[in-house]
Design a protein around this ligand. Structure first.
Ligand SMILES: CC(=O)/C=C/C=C(C)/C=C/C1=C(C)CCCC1(C)C
Ligand SMILES: CC(/C=C/C=O)=C\C=C\C=O
Ligand code: FE2
Length: 586
């Protein structure tokens, strides 16, 4: 009989293994049988199978909404009675860990942890957040260990999350949420604390990166939202303090991180521009590489991510700009903290990684992007640099995607095709002093259903010529990217993976060690299902065919970005016990 091994934590305590196999049937919870793996127990045991069941049941009333009682609306959202898609449903427990049953075969070379970060709790007590990006961060780990798969999920203990739990109200400014001011004086002091950064969130819900020195850092767009975690236990270790004096409150959510580099951009809202900074492994000190002044607008363009080539950092100046006026508003504006400024134009600046000099600065067509995919240097036959090619997930210069990511829109799919079109936007930035760059589609957007975001590439091709990218694409009609796609940017073709009703998260490519083909590896994605379920899927990078899947014991919300942490020591199988045939905890 198929079974999963599970270590479940809850706010009510740890579930520990009985020391010897136990087996029983529980009709009430639709469980086939529970039995434990032998020899894995480290601690106390359950007095009876009944106690074991109770502790493992995900019941929103008895077992822990993370913050206060669940919002009324959310109470119906537990497994089996999901009101919303699991992608947009708050998690129901602080943390759990389980060994999953794997259908298919995980390659034995795939040893390491896929860590994924994203929003996971979108309510405080009976108050529901508005936007996808507001949710309190939750980490999901998939520990791959010689064909076995141990999964875990755990909340990040940011100050914002802890304060919300303690005071049962929003205490920090999130992406769209602003704490309520009780009176005029409080309102004034809130605006002041916005500019000191005191009221900004540290809810590190956007990404997770492994630094060259091994530390693992969760990030968001506020600098204070840089939080160190333990990649094995997923425990929050504390805030990552930048020891330099560069100041500023915000940064790009996606630094460029390799074994040797940590490069990021600090937007400067006072003197509109961007600092290009880097941080050596083993240090917490960012050093300035160079500075770019904005060419248009009175504030910098929103910079969620940016690309690099082998020798250059490309600084995008998007016409969707930070807005001081919207920043101080208590109620969200249609574009949140941003403003669409088409008259301010759009630019791409190319900065040398080594001298910090601006090597090119060109006007480009208007664009909207969250995510750059990759960039590389185009060299002619004589070895001269003629252009920089930059690819991104481009939303056709249309900001409505931000509105589509509101939870009420995500939760109300009625079969209408409402996802705005997106494409792989390819910029050509001339390096011969010409003033204009080009923006074209790298392939026909119909290839990927005109949905396109959340991409990864083979990391060994970062900043270099490359052929393949993996992204979320669309099968229409949809209100959100609902497919995975492998893009062949040379042959301008896309392959699609699709499962009806599924919402897949960013497909993450892990290269086969020693591979010679760019797409030789495994693509991992976590899939949220309509019925409250979720599973991890592993696709062959070459064929884009599914090679394995493993169901989670409970629902997993939509996530944002992940990283890979190679295995250095055995994964803990402590306190693991076996669950039911359907791989669910209920
Ligand atoms: C999740 C994601 O992709 C983006 C998150 C962005 C956040 C949390 C932005 C927060 C901000 C504030 C709280 C005020 C200052 C501006 C800004 C960086 C947008
Ligand atoms: C999920 C998303 C866009 C999807 C659109 O098709 C953007 C996420 C941005 C933050 O990381
Ligand atoms: Fe992102």
């Amino acid at each position: 009989m198929a079974s999963i091994q599970l270590l479940s934590f809850s706010t009510k305590g740890l579930c520990l293994l009985p020391p010897s196999p136990v087996s029983y049937e529980c009709r009430r919870h639709n469980c086939y049988s529970l039995s434990t793996s032998t020899g894995l127990s480290t601690g106390s045991m359950f007095a009876s199978s009944r106690e074991f069941m109770v502790t493992n049941t995900i019941n929103p009333r008895s077992s822990l909404p993370t913050i206060g009682p669940l919002a009324l609306e959310e109470e119906k959202n537990y497994i089996g009675e999901s009101k919303y898609h699991s992608a947009w449903t708050s998690v129901q427990q602080e943390q759990w860990r389980a060994q999953l049953v794997v259908e298919g075969e995980i390659p034995s070379w795939l040893n390491g942890t896929y860590l994924r970060n994203g929003p996971g709790v979108w309510h405080i007590h009976d108050y529901n957040f508005r936007h996808l990006f507001d949710g309190y961060a939750t980490l999901v780990a998939l520990h791959f260990d010689n064909g076995r798969l141990i999964a875990a999920r755990r909340q990040i203990e940011s100050e914002a999350y802890k304060a919300a739990k303690e005071h049962n109200k929003l205490c920090y400014r999130e992406f769209s949420e602003v704490p309520k001011a009780d009176n005029f004086f409080k309102n004034v002091s809130d605006v002041i604390s916005l500019f000191t950064g005191a009221s900004l969130t540290d809810n590190a819900n956007t990404g997770v990166v492994k630094l060259g020195d091994g530390r693992v850092l969760c990030l968001t767009e506020t600098q204070k939202g840089s939080i160190l975690i333990d990649p094995d236990s997923l425990e929050t270790l504390g805030r990552f303090e930048y020891t330099d004096k560069l100041g500023g409150l915000i940064h790009a959510a996606h630094p460029i991180v390799t074994e040797t580099d940590f490069i990021t951009l600090l937007p400067d809202l006072v003197r509109p521009g961007y600092l290009v900074v880097k941080m050596e492994p083993g240090t917490n000190e960012r050093k300035v590489v160079g500075r770019v002044d904005c060419r248009g607008g009175s504030t910098p363009g929103w910079v969620h991510s940016f690309p690099v080539t082998e020798n250059y950092v490309v600084v995008p100046e998007m016409p969707l700009r930070y807005s001081v006026k919207n920043l101080v508003k208590a109620e969200p504006t249609p574009l949140y903290k941003f403003e669409w400024c088409p008259n301010s134009k759009a630019f791409m600046h190319v900065v040398s990684k080594f001298s910090g000099k601006i090597m090119a600065s060109v006007e480009v067509p208007l664009f909207v992007t969250f995510h750059f995919i990759n960039a590389y240097e185009e060299i002619d036959d004589e070895g001269r640099l003629i252009a920089i090619i930059v690819d991104c997930c481009e939303h056709k210069a249309d900001t409505t995607i931000l509105d589509k990511l509101k939870l009420e829109n995500l939760r109300s799919f009625n079969g209408q095709d409402v996802l705005p079109d997106a494409r792989v936007g390819r910029f050509t930035i001339p390096m011969d002093g010409s003033p204009f760059g080009k923006l074209e589609s790298a392939l026909d957007p119909d290839e990927h259903g005109r949905g396109m975001d959340m991409c990864s590439i083979n990391p060994s091709h970062l900043g270099k010529k490359y052929r393949y990218a993996y992204a979320c694409g669309a099968r229409r009609p949809c209100n959100f990217p609902n497919a995975l796609t492998k893009l062949d940017l040379v042959n301008q073709k896309a392959k699609i993976w699709y499962d009806e009703g599924a919402v897949p998260s960013e497909p993450f490519f892990v290269a086969h060690p020693g591979a010679t083909e760019e797409d030789d590896g495994v693509v991992i994605s976590i899939i949220s299902e309509e019925n409250g379920g979720a599973y991890a899927v592993m696709l062959d990078g070459l064929t884009f065919e599914e090679i394995a899947r493993a169901r989670f014991p409970c629902s997993i919300p939509y996530g944002l970005h992940g990283c890979w942490v190679p295995k250095t020591k055995p994964y803990s199988l402590e306190k693991v016990c076996v669950l039911n045939k359907r791989n669910t905890m209920l």
